[in-house]
Design a protein around this ligand. Structure first.
Ligand code: TXA
Ligand code: MG
Length: 336
């Protein structure tokens, strides 16, 4: 079955907004490339993005907003970010900034990191969709993982097909290249992905030096300039079939029959020692809960036992992250 492609106009944009609010996926044009959008507040919807793209792992995704005020509800907008937004937004520039306390965006968008990427796109269809949906929209480029970024609705349809609920066709993208990604969360502003807006353009507005750091994963120059992976403080034990005394439990599926060595049952553990990624064994629900639950357990526990998760579909990405977390990879540098 092929994709449903419709011309972007008032009624179809309204329908697309309804699909987003119901947890569906909509591909839409921006001035850079077509985005594969989901309601950023809905973790299960965001999980579907990774499922549709067939990404082997969870990378953080850009959250699209109408303007700087909408961004300020999600991230800590520094004075520099405000100045840059006033100058370049809407436009092909993305900021990585610290998430606000109680930021309502799914932690899956941040892949567990304390930061979030935000951008106000400069395209009438993207703007109309964001306004109609009334929610921030998570959207990576609308292509299957490993293939080229799509700049026409046909590219999207060929790459994703029926995996996207609706494709809003709005012609070819003017820029045709993904947005510049500027990391403003560290000491020195760093362009971590080059795009139409250059480091020099940014320096001019910011009045301070901006470095380029596309990142060499083998030779990290300085910590903080490459994509970090989330890693918990606690020690993780994988494929647990029972608990050792003192361990907290990150369950998948029923934990009814899980025992504690030496006596007791997992189901009687205190709330701060027990989380279930998905009682029904739903991988999209588990993906949506993964980083939040790891954070919650990590806050109060030294050791976390993790039940096994099937290694197919989204389970591959979940297991990839859990293995990295268990190996203590992260809090440092990693390849994006
Ligand atoms: O032009 C664009 O930016 C397109 C259109 C649809 O807006 N979107 C796009 O999104 O290219 P995506 O998710 O494919 O690219 C996001 C880039 C990735 O390189 C990702 O690693 C980086 O931004 N990124 C996102 N959040 C990050 C974070 N919290 N920390 C570090 N890097 C982050
Ligand atoms: Mg991409």
């Amino acid at each position: 079955m092929g994709a449903r492609v419709v011309t972007a106009q008032k009624d179809t944009i309204g329908e697309a907004a309804t699909i987003l609010k119901r947890g569906g996926l909509v591909a839409f044009p921006t001035e850079t490339v077509y985005g594969l959008g989901a309601d950023a507040l809905n973790g299960r919807a965001v999980a579907r993005i990774f499922e549709a793209k067939g990404r082997p792992e969870f990378n953080p995704v850009i959250v699209h907003v109408v303007d700087a005020d909408a961004a300020a509800a999600l991230v800590e907008m520094s004075d520099g970010a405000k100045a840059l937004a006033a100058h370049f937004w809407p436009g092909p520039l993305t900021f990585i900034l610290p998430r606000r306390k109680n930021c309502p965006v799914s932690e899956l968008c941040s892949a567990g990191l304390p930061t979030l990427a935000v951008r106000a796109p400069d395209h009438p269809v993207a703007q109309a969709l964001l306004k109609a949906a009334g929610v921030p929209v998570a959207a990576p480029s609308a292509n299957a993982s490993g293939s080229l970024s799509p700049t026409t609705p046909t590219h999207v349809a060929e790459s994703l097909g029926y995996k996207v609920d609706l494709i809003l066709a709005g012609g070819a993208c003017a820029v045709g290249l993904e947005s510049t990604v500027l990391d403003l969360s560290g000491d020195v502003p760093a362009v971590v992905r080059p795009g139409a807006i250059s480091a020099e353009d940014i320096t001019t507005v910011l009045g301070r030096e901006v470095v380029y750091d596309a990142g060499n994963p083998d030779k990290p120059k300085s910590p903080g300039q490459l994509l970090r992976h989330y890693a918990p403080r606690a020690k993780l034990r994988l494929n647990a079939v029972d608990l050792e005394p003192g361990e907290a439990l990150l369950a998948f599926g029923s934990d009814k029959f899980m025992g504690i060595r030496g006596g007791g049952a997992a189901k009687d553990l205190a709330d701060e020692k027990r989380r279930n990624l998905s009682e029904t064994g739903d991988l999209a629900e588990a993906a949506a809960n993964l980083f939040r639950m790891l954070h919650e357990l990590d806050r109060n526990n030294e050791r976390i036992a993790v039940m096994s998760i099937p290694d197919n579909g989204l389970g591959i990405a979940i297991n990839d992250r859990i293995k990295k977390a268990a190996a203590g990879i992260g809090g440092g540098k990693g390849a994006p």
